[in-house]
Write a protein that binds this ligand. Structure first.
Ligand SMILES: C[S@@+](CC[C@H](N)C(=O)[O-])C[C@H]1O[C@@H](n2cnc3c(N)ncnc32)[C@H](O)[C@@H]1O
Length: 297
């Protein structure tokens, strides 16, 4: 399924896009937000889009092809955005957008094991060459200690049955390696109390989220990415960050707060902006989105 961009109007208005702006879209994906931002830009404007998913960038190139502004697309992790900007001769930007997490297509079609609803290899990485991928979810569940697995599932996923799930993972892998998402889902389902299996969210939701965060070192990448983006923003420039996980939102909130204390920026959104009921109805995947915006001083 193609990705439906979330909080579009709120992010674009909050960024206060001007026609000649240089806009960094740190998570361009297939260009959902960027194609709408491009409508505000003229020939003097530039969008520089980064993503670590090469397939998404191919689509972005197609979707942004008819834009009036300059489009630059780069395959990289946004934690390296300084390197990307330098490579393209861009010193500073006027606006920066991060819309973190995964797109609908990545969850549904990437075959990389991001979804507990598909039976796929247990990878959870965008590393393009799987032969050289140093690190996957398969490695965590098959080689890490029970305590480390508990720490990841609890620390990144907030899963209250982390200990039980980790214990069952270690028990199972002694019989045979855990290779596929389907195996992991079955292990989780039999580790948790019966009632939890029929709760509001699928019992594998938090474990999968936690493993993905660990594999991709997502919290550190986000911290580095925000820091570098704030550094590269022009005075009066704005940064907007959409997150889908309370741990990520906390990182953004604290980073903005600390930066405001040192006089680097002013916080525009005292409270995060969340999707309207109408947006949540139209696009249920938007329901956990939180948007925070800051302006560089
Ligand atoms: C929710 S999607 C963005 C959707 C996009 N804003 C749109 O509306 O079409 C998140 C994107 O961020 C990318 N991503 C996540 N973490 C990243 C990172 N550290 N560096 C670069 N891209 C990242 C994912 O590959 C994915 O394409």
């Amino acid at each position: 399924m193609a990705h439906t961009p979330v909080l579009v109007k709120e992010a674009i208005e909050g960024l206060s896009i001007k026609s000649g702006d240089t806009v960094l879209d740190a998570t361009v994906n297939e260009g959902g937000h960027s194609s709408l931002i491009a409508q505000y830009l003229d020939e003097k404007g530039t969008i520089i889009g980064i993503d670590e998913d090469t397939d998404a960038l191919v689509e972005a190139r197609r979707n942004l092809g008819a834009s009036r502004c300059t489009i630059i697309l780069a395959h990289d992790n946004f934690r390296n955005l300084d390197r990307v900007l330098e490579k393209h001769g861009i010193q500073t930007v006027d606006k920066a957008l991060f819309d973190i997490g995964l797109s609908s297509r990545q969850l549904d079609e990437s075959k990389r094991g991001f979804s507990f609803q598909k039976d796929e290899p247990l990878l959870m990485t965008f590393c393009p060459d799987l032969e050289t991928c140093a690190f996957t979810a398969r490695e965590i569940v098959n080689t890490w200690t029970e305590q480390s697995i508990t720490d990841v599932i609890y620390g990144y996923g907030g899963e209250r049955f982390a200990k039980r799930i980790a214990r069952e993972i270690v028990k199972e892998r002694k019989i045979k390696p855990i290779e596929r998402t389907g195996n992991l889902v079955a292990i989780i389902e039999r580790s948790v109390p019966h009632g939890y299996r029929f709760g509001k969210i699928h019992p594998a939701t938090k474990t999968f989220q936690a493993l993905r965060i660990a594999v991709n070192d997502e919290f550190s990448a986000l911290t580095e990415g925000i820091g570098k983006a704030l550094e590269r923003l022009n005075k009066g420039g704005r940064i907007a960050i959409i997150s889908f996980h309370s741990g990520e939102d906390r990182i953004v909130k604290n980073f903005f707060r600390e930066s405001a204390k040192t006089g680097l920026c002013v916080i525009i959104t005292k409270k995060p902006i969340v999707p309207s009921d109408e947006e949540k109805r139209r696009n249920p995947r938007s329901r956990s989105a939180h948007l925070r915006i800051a302006e560089k001083l």
